[in-house]
Design a binder for this molecule. Structure first.
Ligand SMILES: NC(=O)c1ccc[n+]([C@@H]2O[C@H](COP(=O)([O-])OP(=O)(O)OC[C@H]3O[C@@H](n4cnc5c(N)ncnc54)[C@H](O)[C@@H]3O)[C@@H](O)[C@H]2O)c1
Length: 251
């Protein structure tokens, strides 16, 4: 089902899952705004969206900074005047160390981007969506928000928080026509997973094999779920955290 001329916003849209999601929304017929820190990569995504035939807007934004998010949303409002879909995808993995060896600085940084940043973005997005009494938000959590992973305590805590923020906001705004869901990917072939595995063959193999499907996801597989879950096809689904994980959590 095409979704002509709706407006989609994706944070962290310059790379990885965010880039694939921006392109998937454009193919669905949406005009797309992306927010990120990487201006060059973002410009490349803007050009790809325009080649698909849709309008595209890039806004430099640090999601952990409330002023930056406010001016990003002003940019969306000025360019498009409305917001139909928002995908809060920007995130970082932080350092890898067991809890007792993890620095407070790392904990604060990961929480600031993944949880506080997402909270700031959701607040701004909801305000714009409430003006029209419709909209749909997808938060990118992780299977690390559903189960524990050694050496990623801040990341797991932040993603668990994203799942709970999603459930809470979903029930708060259900009557006002706004659906809010989360996706929880397993390992996805992006630069983030390259950083986590260090591209070491044995570690990559281990990551593949931890999924019952014996492989990682492509960014497009996660993007397709995000677009489906946000659009009319999923119109009675809200407050869910959907694993896109090749069976990992089921096992
Ligand atoms: N790759 C995986 O295996 C995996 C698995 C589960 C969940 N996720 C989640 O999916 C999301 C996307 O991950 P990815 O793998 O595409 O990562 P990535 O590192 O490839 O891309 C992340 C994007 O977010 C942007 N970003 C980071 N911090 C930002 C900030 N403060 N403000 C604005 N933009 C910022 C980056 O510039 C980059 O473009 C993240 O939330 C991540 O936690 C990833």
């Amino acid at each position: 089902m095409k979704d002509e001329d709706s407006i989609a916003l994706i944070t962290g849209g310059a790379r990885g899952i965010g880039r694939a999601t921006a392109l998937a929304y454009a193919r669905k017929g949406c005009h797309v705004a992306i927010a990120d820190l990487h201006d060059d990569d973002a410009q490349g995504v803007v050009e790809e969206i325009e080649r698909i035939g849709q309008r595209a807007l890039y806004l430099h934004c640090d999601v952990s900074d409330s002023d930056s998010v406010a001016s990003m949303m002003t940019g969306v409002k000025q360019e498009f005047g409305q917001l139909d879909y928002a995908c809060n995808n920007a995130g970082i993995e932080g350092d890898q160390a067991p809890t007792a060896d993890s620095s407070l600085e790392n904990f604060d940084r990961v929480m600031a981007v993944n949880l506080r940043g997402l909270f700031i973005c959701m607040g701004e997005e909801l305000a714009l969506m409430l003006e029209r009494g419709k909209g749909s938000i997808i938060n990118v959590a992780s299977i690390a928000g559903l189960i524990g992973f050694p050496k990623l305590p801040a990341y797991c805590a932040s993603k668990g928080g994203v799942v709970q923020l999603t459930r809470t906001a979903a029930i708060e705004y259900a009557e006002q026509g706004i659906r809010i869901n989360a996706v929880c990917p397993g390992a996805v072939q992006t630069e983030m997973i390259d950083r986590i595995t260090g591209k070491k063959a044995d570690v990559v193999e281990q990551f593949r094999n931890m999924h019952p499907m014996k492989r990682m996801a492509t960014p497009e597989e996660v993007a397709n779920t995000i677009v489906w879950l946000s659009c009319k096809e999923a119109s009675f689904i809200t407050g869910q955290a959907i694993a896109v994980d090749g069976g990992y959590v089921a096992a």
